[in-house]
Structure formats: C-alpha cells, structure tokens
Design a protein. Structure first.
Length: 277
C-alpha cells in the first residue's frame, strides 16, 4: 500500500477526473474534492473497485461558499492523513470580449481562480506532510503567461496565480513544502464552450486530452522544475513572450479577426464554471 496521499481539488472535472485515475494507477492514496457529492461518490466507488489497495476518501467543497470551505478543512483535518500532494485544480472561465463581460463575472473570476484557492492553501499547509517533502501544485494555463484576447479576466486571474505560486515557492524555500505551477494548454473539457471548440478547430490549435495532461502532470511531479508548460509551440511562445512580446503580439494579431468572430458574445451568453465541480 502506498504511503503517499494526494488531495485533488476539482476531482470530477475533465482534468481532475483524469488526474484522479492516473494517480490511482500510480498507487497514490487519494482525497477527492468537488462540489457535487453524488459525482464524487461515483468516482470514489469506481476507483475503489479498480484499486482496492488504495485509501480513498471524498470530501465535498463548494469553493464559493465560505462555510463549505471551512467544513472541508475540518473534514480534512479529521482524516489525520498527512498530505504529500495538494492539487489545486479548481477554476472558472468565460470567453468573451472584455466590453461584454459583466463586472460580477470579473470579480468572480478573481475570487474563484485566485483568492479562494489561496485562502484554502493557507488553511491546508498545516496538514501537509512534515515527515517527508510535500508539494502544492497550482493548475494554471498558458494564458497565465500570455495575454490573449477574449480571456482578459481569465488571464488576469492566472497571471496572479502564477505570481502567487512563484512568491510562495520562494517564501517557503527553506521548508519541506514545495510550491509549483503547472500550465496545460487548450484541453478538451466541458470548460470550453462550443465557440471555443469551433475556434480552435478553425485556427488549427492543438488540443490535448485530459488524460494526456494528467500524464504530463505526474511526470512533472517527478522533476525539480518549479513550473511547467505543456506542449509545443506553447513552450516556445511562453518563453518568447517574456523576451520579445512584440513577436507574440504580431502572431496573435494575425488571428484577431477569427478571435473577434468567436469572442463576440453579444448574441449569446455562456459562462462555464468548474469551481471544484
């Protein structure tokens, strides 16, 4: 039986679900966290049948509810199970032109993608393993390193999460806890609305499966890197955006008409939220 335990926040979403299955396959005990209790229990039961040797728990947490976050921390403490990996995979997205995005959505984006996860991490730190090194991994995005039209608020939240992770890594540099940032690129999940899917096809954007992202995450955890960007050419564009942002801006400019075509939500309103769904 494994002596390593991973908390997966947002375990029932596309990427979170894949992470749960891949980590179980690798022999990690799991604490599955999500908003929908019935979906969580189904996932736990499915994993228990496939991997009866593992210790599995499911804990409900609605990220936007302060009392739910409090109850989650209390339940986590009651398990008395040292945490070796804490995967923050909660978040929301809203693809539309900035002028069309509601101010409530802008505020909610920052709360769900940055503020609430950081508050939870603050509460989780005392329960990280102190007998061996442990890791807290924030799941970010390519758009946490590259500003992209149609994703203004999302970019702001992921840039902030990346900055917070970097600062935490340095602040806790003399402890046994490592803070790391993992950036998937476009991934085939329900977080993408139909316009995004169609736009990616039209622009020839490479889209990964959640299973591939989960594999990349597990491999990343075995390295010493503080951050990791999934896929090419995104790896190159992220570096290039740091050194020569005008080159990246010029590349995006070529696709701007297509982006505007799909980001214009004046005829439809679609907000996908996967806050620990």
């Amino acid at each position: 039986m494994s002596n390593l335990t991973a908390v997966i926040f947002g375990a029932t979403g596309g990427i979170g679900h894949a992470i749960a299955h891949h980590f179980a396959e690798k022999g990690l005990n799991l604490i599955l966290v999500g908003r929908k209790q019935d979906t969580l229990q189904q996932l736990e039961q499915s994993l228990a049948q496939q991997y009866p040797q593992l210790q599995l728990h499911s804990l409900r947490c609605d990220l936007i509810d302060a009392s739910s976050r409090h109850d989650f921390i209390q339940a986590l403490a009651a398990l008395k199970q040292p945490i070796h990996y804490y995967i923050n995979n909660a978040g929301m997205n809203d693809f539309r032109l900035f002028a069309q995005q509601s101010q409530d959505t802008i505020e909610q984006m920052m709360l769900v993608n940055v503020a609430y996860p950081l508050q939870l991490i603050q509460d989780v730190i005392p329960y990280m393993s102190d007998s061996q090194p442990s890791q807290i991994i924030n799941i970010g995005s390519t758009f946490g390193s590259i500003g992209y039209p149609g994703y203004v608020s999302y970019c702001a939240s992921k840039f902030a999460l990346r900055g917070a992770t970097e600062a935490l890594a340095r602040e806790y540099g003399q402890t046994a806890i490592r803070f790391r940032y993992f950036s998937p690129r476009a991934t085939n999940t329900s977080m993408n609305n139909p316009d995004v899917i169609e736009m990616n096809i039209k622009m020839g954007t490479k889209v990964d499966s959640p299973e591939f992202v989960a594999q990349e995450l597990y491999q990343f955890l075995q390295t010493d890197r503080q951050s990791y960007q999934v896929g090419y050419p995104e790896k190159v564009f992220v570096k290039l955006n740091q050194l020569m942002p005008s080159r990246v801006a010029a590349a995006i400019q070529k696709d701007l008409d297509t982006i505007y075509e799909y980001a214009d939500q004046s005829k439809a309103s679609f907000i996908q939220q996967t806050s620990a769904s």
